[in-house]
Design a protein. Sequence first.
Length: 99
Amino acid sequence: MHTVPAVDAAHLPQLLKAMPKAELHMHIEGSLEPELIFALAQRNGVKLPYASVEDLRRAYAFTDLQSFLDIYYAGASVLLYEQDFYDMGDRKRSCRERV
């Protein structure tokens, strides 16, 4: 039987960052970052119920299902055109995180 040596806790974050990853399941609208939600809202003329990116980011501290759905629907409301979905899929973070 092959055993894997223990990893020192101090090296674990570095190891996890370097490991390749895969997205196995993803909700399209739920993957929107607050900055992109605001950029798409501005481009598409959509009024959001949040005054700023920071206000939206603070709202991500969900307190119940409705608070989650409020953000989910706000994000979905800015996805109007094919280009919006393309921009959402062009995620530089995925590349940085080796997804």
